[in-house]
Design a protein around this ligand. Structure first.
Ligand SMILES: [Mn+2]
Length: 444
């Protein structure tokens, strides 16, 4: 059995050692003795007495798979067993967090506390030797630690996070599989002429996720809604004529995300062919992924391929260069090719040149590109080319040479379908990549 099939729990001991080593380096750089990592506090809704859904500090989730436990503190001191101050509130309004359990507990000195006041005595006494990592909205949660999120330490941690450990890769493989179960159910609901609202719940049920557990809000778009990049509604009624379906939906495993998009034609064979071409284009781009490739170049290559696609299907005419230079490819493909993926869906570090905080700018005119780095082994990223009819962007071409290159009749044909996007999650290898998403779809 290759390690591709190992359970996350088996790979966790090596993960925790890697995480410790990163924090040792971060502490050294920051000139501090202890890293105190706060899981986070729930945020109240303005003028109200209930909370927004809780999102744990990603720095905390990187240590252990606790995504729903506020007011926990993890203390790392180089050479020591990390201390977890585990907050188990005595509360009759909510169910308190369960006793710590799972593959991770043997790696921590766990101190269960029942009040916030009890937290303080488990923190290092020399607060001036500590750095605190977390979202501190209330001074009281810092317990007199003054150095909060120092850039010297954070840069090291963020840069390191782009290289996934074996444990993280296993979580993300599982997250692709979990999402694919949802995607299959969603396609079935689409074929059964269900409304966006119903398709959304079919997805959640099959992925066994509540809405709040999803790594990001599902994009469930029928027909022309597919052209809205972050379409956020779920229409309660199915349209009278169903043409197309774009679903961008992920899943979560131990705090690690998948981020997957598929496009479908209901019955129109020409639109199905359009999707097939985009799918082939996407696979060509995936086949270019390997260590040493500058992701900016892959993004530029995508524009060349989109130009080819536009000409092939008759949406535009002109040379590849002129379609790119005159902004035609950007009007049809206005996003970046992809982004780093991990604990966060748009994972940190996409612009980092090194661990000192130097950054690599986006190329001008590509404002939505979220990854400008050279690819390295064990980075995980998305490859998500798309092609859409966005009238706002096509209108921007008016009065420029690009306008004459666009074939209005063909745009009118595509508009009721919205557009299409295909998005996979891939792991960079020395000589290629591992496609988590296609592997998951290939399973029965
Ligand atoms: Mn994405």
């Amino acid at each position: 059995m290759s390690s591709n099939y190992a359970e996350p729990g088996q790979l966790y001991p090596a993960h925790i050692e890697a995480i410790k080593a990163r924090h040792d380096r971060a502490l050294e750089k920051a000139g501090a003795g202890h890293a105190v990592i706060f899981s986070g506090a729930p945020k109240l809704v303005f003028l109200d007495d209930y909370y927004y859904p809780f999102k744990a500090n990603p720095h905390f989730v990187g240590w252990l798979p606790l995504t729903a436990t506020p007011f926990c503190y993890l203390i790392h001191t180089p050479g020591d067993v990390p201390v977890l101050v585990y907050y188990q509130e005595k509360d009759y309004w909510h169910t308190p967090p369960a006793d710590p359990q799972g593959y991770w507990i043997d790696h921590f000195d766990i101190r269960v506390v029942h009040t916030v006041d009890d937290i303080a005595r488990h923190l290092p006494h020399a607060r001036d030797k500590c750095i605190l990592i977390g979202d501190i909205g209330d001074e009281a949660h810092a317990f007199s630690i003054e150095r909060v999120n120092p850039a010297s330490a954070i840069n090291i941690l963020h840069y390191a996070r782009s290289e996934k450990t074996g444990y993280e890769l296993a979580c993300m493989r599982a997250a692709s599989r979990r999402a694919v179960r949802g995607h299959r159910a969603a396609e079935e609901a689409f074929r059964a002429r269900k409304a966006e609202y119903e398709i959304h719940f079919a997805y959640c049920r099959a992925a066994k996720h509540t809405e709040n557990e999803l790594p990001y809000g599902n994009i469930i778009a029928l027909n022309e809604n597919s052209a809205i990049m972050h379409y956020q509604h779920r229409a309660r009624e199915a349209p009278a004529k169903i043409r197309s379906f774009l679903i961008d939906a992920g899943a979560n495993v131990h705090g690690y995300a998948s981020d997957i998009t598929r496009s479908y034609s209901f019955e129109d064979s020409e639109f199905r062919e359009f999707i097939d071409r985009l799918d082939a284009l996407q696979l060509e781009l995936v086949s270019e992924v390997k260590a040493g490739v500058d992701f900016k170049d892959l993004h530029f290559l995508t524009h060349r391929k989109i130009a080819d696609l536009l000409v092939t299907v008759g949406l535009a005419s002109g040379s590849v260069e002129s379609l790119i230079e005159n902004g035609v490819t950007t009007a049809f493909f206005p996003t970046g090719l992809g982004h780093l993926l991990g604990i966060q869906v748009h994972d940190v570090g996409g612009f980092m040149q090194d661990e000192s905080g130097n950054t690599i700018d986006r190329p001008s005119g590509h404002r939505w590109l979220r990854l400008t780095r050279t690819l390295e082994v064990d980075q995980v990223l998305t490859i998500e080319p798309g092609c859409y009819v966005i009238d706002m962007l096509l209108e921007n071409l008016q009065g420029t040479p690009g306008a004459a290159m666009v074939n209005r009749d063909k745009v009118d044909w595509l508009r009721p379908f919205g557009g299409a996007r295909i998005e996979d999650n891939v792991r960079v290898l020395a000589d290629g990549c591992e496609n988590f998403t296609r592997a998951a779809f290939a399973e029965p």
